[in-house]
Design a binder for this molecule. Sequence first.
Ligand SMILES: *Cc1c(COP(=O)(O)O)cnc(C)c1O
Length: 378
Amino acid sequence: MKEKIYLSSPHMGGSEQTYVKEAFETNWIAPLGPNVGGFEKDLENYLGSGNHVAALSSGTAALHLALILLGVERGDEVICQSMTFSASANPIVYLGATPIFVDSELDTWNICPNHLEEAIKDRIAKGKKPKAIIAVHLYGMPYKVDAVKRISEKYEIPIVEDSAEALGSSYKGKKCGTFGDMSILSFNGNKIITTSGGGALVSKNLKHKEKAIFLATQARDAAPHYQHSEIGYNYRLSNISAGIGRGQMEVLDEHVGLRRNMNQFYHEIFQNRAGVKVFSEPNSDCFSNHWLSCILIDRELCGFSSEVIRLGMNENNIECRPLWKPMHLQPVFKNAPYYGEKVAQKLFEIGLCLPSGSNLKSEEKVKINDVLIHFIDN
Ligand SMILES: *Cc1c(COP(=O)(O)O)cnc(C)c1O
């Protein structure tokens, strides 16, 4: 078995090609077409009534438009969970605003409500109320939705829910992607479903959807000629990509089940091994899609670090990766304010993401098991 085992690779269900073929047969190769509307409907049905979805070219584009719709401008401040992928924070900078980073909490690894409130109070005291709070469901694990919402309401600061990694997760029985004043999804190649590249903006407000689509299609005024009163973007999802998305929606729940099985698989490997902890749902409020399964390694108890495992797995052609490096520790954000302690930093130092795809074969799981046990027991 020479083939590389990846952290998370695209997993087609089967009917994606039917939708793409239909697009070819009807010559809907242009960016817009029936698959785009169809994919948006599929997502709206999945997330539940009252949610309006605009299909876009990426999750990053969705975050950019969400901040624009919330009125973020040059000189503003926007709060963002520090431990995340850089795409959560970059759109703040696209708009000339400043990111204010906040630490994680230990149980969900997501934005810590206490430090969030501390950050808001301090920014207000310094003279600027933050324009938005970007909260992330990291690796599919829901953040403390109720606690973050209470703070958002108390200070009247809207939430942008970054649900790029959490389609299929839920909190108290409600789907992630429905909790923000605006929410975003990603369908990049490594996410739980993929359109080979794509994203979406979700809002309870139909006007947000309409405005997002307007801005994503170059902000053309209603006129026979090309007339513009606002700066537009080329951010709409193509009809071909949306066709892949429609096929993927048919297998989303199945893929969530398979990712959750991978998490169970790691629980079984590590259950009697002191010093290794599999990242798990902290209580029954949280239902994670377990987009990626992650472990924390206590070096003192184990006698080895997460990096030793990563290198050992890599030698055996099995991809593993450190956790997201917190944004306040990134060279590019070194001057941004940060509120918190060292929770995110500590998680980054001792954590590791393990192969978690919904398409891993049983021989591949045997190999992962054997290599992991070999390193841990020796
Ligand atoms: C993938 C991801 C994004 C960006 O989505 P793209 O579709 O790749 O632009 C944003 N936030 C998080 C947390 C992500 O994992």
